[in-house]
Ligand binder design. Structure first.
Ligand code: ASP
Ligand code: MG
Length: 419
């Protein structure tokens, strides 16, 4: 079997969904598990619904309307006629959302988030499935929550591998094409969980691992893995081939091309991963498998924005010792901070973090009684793998550098963001 994954940017409009069908036909594989994400920017739009709902804001209906109208418009653009079943699907999903919002009394942001945001993947797979069915493309649609079992750590659920592999092997038709949702799972109570933003790649990795797939292809709106994000850098080059290890390093530093967790299961079974262009699927793209580190060997740039650099020191100017550091890390963990860089000196301990769960103020309050805490917000963290002098100066030029850390293959530079 092969596993394909199509991201939200691939199926962002009717043209994308048509191209999705064209791609399936062109590649003409008979045994494929296809993972699809929410369409276009619908995950963000659903996040806004959650924020509005839990923030008890008046724009809730408006936010819901955005999601509804987008899908309705897309269905229309695909040429479905009113009365077609796919409209009932849309209505049913919205009935479910409304009913959840009405009856829910949990204020747990992460739980509510998963119940609402997960609907994006349902809509997208149902619409894609309806469209290819309409065009006589034979396949099954699978509710991924029946296969991917996780713990109840909402928004970053962990996989129960044994259960998941058993269920996948029981439920996936290995002799045909199956379409399913990325990003989602369910816990022991059957509640929807999510695997973290951009988690659909990971879903593809999970299926590939459990199905012993021959290879995984991730279709992107770029040619393959590039050495920098084209939205941030003017000139970029295609990486033809990289090892799992190098790709894991890059993902760890935040390269958004592949979700960090995706590669581990593939590496364990030696399943190659191809990152391919959605608009031209027959092109080579990037091949990730064990072997050569990176071809061609050029500097790779990874940018992370909205970083906070906190520097923590003892109020009495004592050294920051192991005990303090362990205390600080316990709090970072407790407040679900993503730590991107650590630097230690005699009198202060600095960490560059991401405030993904909006807990920064609570963290600050917890640290303050014991430590002197200074911080800078809205910073940018640049990581350069396989750096050279030119690569470093291209980042430093015209920017205020707050911190720089260097190891053999990697330089990390924290700068104030340019206005
Ligand atoms: N739709 C989810 C997100 O945008 C998962 C994914 O796209 O991989 O984060
Ligand atoms: Mg997405």
């Amino acid at each position: 079997m092969e596993v394909y994954k199509f991201g939200g940017a691939s199926v962002k409009d009717a043209q994308g969904v048509r191209n999705f069908l064209a791609t399936l036909k062109a590649l003409d594989k008979k045994e494929v598990l296809v993972v699809i994400s929410a369409m276009g920017k619908m995950t963000n739009a659903l996040e806004s619904v959650v924020n509005s709902y839990l923030g008890r804001r008046e724009d809730l209906q408006e936010k819901l309307e955005v999601v509804y109208t987008f899908h309705q418009g897309l269905i229309q653009d695909l040429g479905f006629q009113s009365g077609d079943e796919v409209y009932d699907v849309l209505t049913a999903v919205f009935d479910e959302i409304h009913s959840f919002l009405k009856h829910n009394n949990s204020t747990d942001y992460d739980y509510v988030y998963d119940q609402i945001v997960g609907q994006g993947e349902f809509l997208s797979t149902r619409i894609c499935s309806a469209f290819i069915k309409e065009n006589n493309y034979d396949h099954d649609w699978l509710d991924v929550r029946k296969c991917i079992k996780t713990n109840s750590d909402f928004r970053r659920a962990r996989i129960d591998w044994d259960k998941t592999c058993n269920l996948i092997n029981e439920r996936v038709n290995k002799a045909g094409v199956t379409i399913t949702q990325g990003f989602l799972g369910s816990d022991n109570y059957g509640r929807t969980t999510t695997l973290g933003r951009e988690g659909s790649d990971y879903t593809a990795g999970i299926f590939a691992y459990c199905l012993d797939a021959e290879e995984v292809s991730i279709f992107k709106d770029v040619e393959g893995v590039l050495n920098a994000d084209p939205r941030e850098f003017e000139s970029t080059s295609l990486i033809e081939r990289i090892s799992y290890k190098e790709a894991i390093e890059m993902a760890f530093y935040g390269a958004s091309v592949i979700h960090p967790k995706t590669l581990q299961p593939l590496q364990r079974k030696g399943i190659p991963l191809k990152v391919r262009s959605f608009s031209d699927p027959r092109k080579q793209g990037t091949l990730i498998k064990s072997g050569l580190d990176i071809v061609p060997k050029i500097p790779c740039f990874i940018v992370k924005k909205e970083q906070i650099l906190i520097s923590i020191s003892d109020r009495e100017f004592h050294f920051v010792m192991e005990e303090d550091i362990s205390d600080i890390f316990r709090l970072l963990h407790q407040f679900k901070m993503k730590v991107n860089l650590i630097q230690n000196s005699a009198l202060s301990f600095s960490v560059c973090i991401e405030n993904n769960f909006n807990n920064f103020n609570s963290l600050f309050k917890a640290l303050e009684p014991k430590y002197m805490v200074k911080y800078n917000r809205d910073l940018t963290l640049y990581t350069i793998r396989h750096f050279n002098k030119d690569a470093i100066s291209s980042i430093e030029q015209g920017r205020e550098v707050l911190l720089k850390q260097r190891s053999r293959e990697t330089v990390q530079i924290i700068t104030k963001s340019k206005d």
